[in-house]
Design a protein around this ligand. Structure first.
Ligand SMILES: [Zn+2]
Ligand SMILES: [Zn+2]
Length: 135
């Protein structure tokens, strides 16, 4: 598998993923929007072993959001990931890899029922509500 390199704004944290399936997805939940000033675009790297912290792991601050972890760079504040330790599943900030994901397709919107009415993405794609049911 290829190595896909990404980094935060300041470059302190470098992350390599092995795959992302050539698609991005987003989450409209209250927490993602509050943390990121809007819906965060994410990539799914597959199993946790596909995520390699190349540099700056000690610069990552973890916010424990109930049973999941939200990681951000303690230097520049960039959102890095959402991680569920129970199954070692990561959702990584897609824009860490923006020079590589230019041709990705936008496949999925999560927590669509919590999206505020003042914005919407154009185009058609799968939308799931907060209970992960298709809308
Ligand atoms: Zn940084
Ligand atoms: Zn969210």
């Amino acid at each position: 598998m290829e190595n896909i390199h990404g980094h935060c704004v300041c470059g302190a944290v470098e992350i390599v993923i092995k795959e992302y399936g050539n698609f991005v997805y987003t989450c409209h939940c209250d927490t993602c929007r509050r943390m990121n000033s809007g819906p965060v675009m994410s990539v799914d790297p597959g199993p946790g072993e596909n995520v390699i912290f190349v540099r700056g792991e000690e610069k990552i601050t973890i916010y424990h959001d109930e049973e999941v972890e939200r990681g951000f760079c303690s230097v520049c504040g960039s959102t890095l990931f959402w991680h569920n330790p129970a199954d070692d599943h990561y959702c990584l900030n897609a824009e860490l890899f923006y020079d590589i994901i230019q041709n990705a397709s936008f496949k999925l919107e999560l927590f669509y029922d919590t999206k505020p009415p003042y914005y919407a993405f154009s185009g058609e794609r799968k939308k799931l509500n907060r209970n992960f049911q298709e809308m």
